[in-house]
Every structure is written in structure tokens, then in C-alpha cells.
Design a protein around this ligand. Sequence first.
Ligand code: RB5
Length: 146
Amino acid sequence: MIAIGSDHGGYALKQAIMKHLEKKGLEYKDYGTYTEDSCDYPIYGEAVARAVSAGECERGIVICGTGIGISMAANKVKGVRAALCGDCYSAEFTRLHNDANILALGARVVGEGLALKIVDTFLETGFEGGRHARRVALISEIEERG
Ligand code: RB5
């Protein structure tokens, strides 16, 4: 199950991504926002992040205008590694090396075609483990220290 959420800035791209996931037969849960009315991105970043952190969803996708604010919010939740990606290389390597569990996108930065490729890359790439597992564990230790 994929958790997906956006603010008003990411609403249209979120609709396109949900359609794309449907076509691929992938299940998702939409955590809002549900209209194009102006709203506050931390609410939706947190909702997706909590679903992933609790294990209700394996991966998450968060979208706002730049992707920055909503990724900052998501990264405040324990166990979340949200990665803002504007290209497929970053999407591939944040899965391979960082075991990122949430993809953040900037709807005012990337076009729909590229965004869908980034989503596919993120969802289809596994974690490499090995030395990268040690580094990801070190990130968690920072979180523990607060
Ligand atoms: C909303 O105007 C905009 O600030 C938001 O979508 C996002 O870009 C914040 O980081």
C-alpha cells in the first residue's frame, strides 16, 4: 500500500500520480488534501509520514509546490526518510543507498511526465543494504539523540 498526500500546490500532480498507480494496479491511500483550496502542507506531510512510520503503508509519496516544505514535515516523524527528487538518478539512488521510504516531489518544479518516471523508479528500486545499512542506522541514531 502506498500512502499519498499533497497540499493544494501538489493536488493536480497527485491526481495524475493516483491515475498512474491505478493503471499499474498498485494500491494507494489518499491522505488529502481533497480540493484545490489553499491549505497547510505540514498536515498532509505528517499524515503520510505517520502511515509509513506505523507500517500501515510501505512507501509514501508527498507533493507540494516545491516538495521542500512537505518533505521537511514528513522527515520530522520517527523512522521516516523522505527524499525530495527532481530526477530519476536521485530517485534510484535514494532507494539503493538511503532506503528512502517516502518520495517528495515539487509539482511546480517537475513536469508530469518526469514526475511519473520518478515515481516508477522510486517504487521499483530496492535497497542495496551492506555498508549502506550501517549509514542508514547512523541516521536513526541521530534521531534517537534528538
Ligand atoms: C504553497 O504555496 C507552497 O508554499 C507549498 O506548496 C510548498 O511549496 C512549500 O514548501
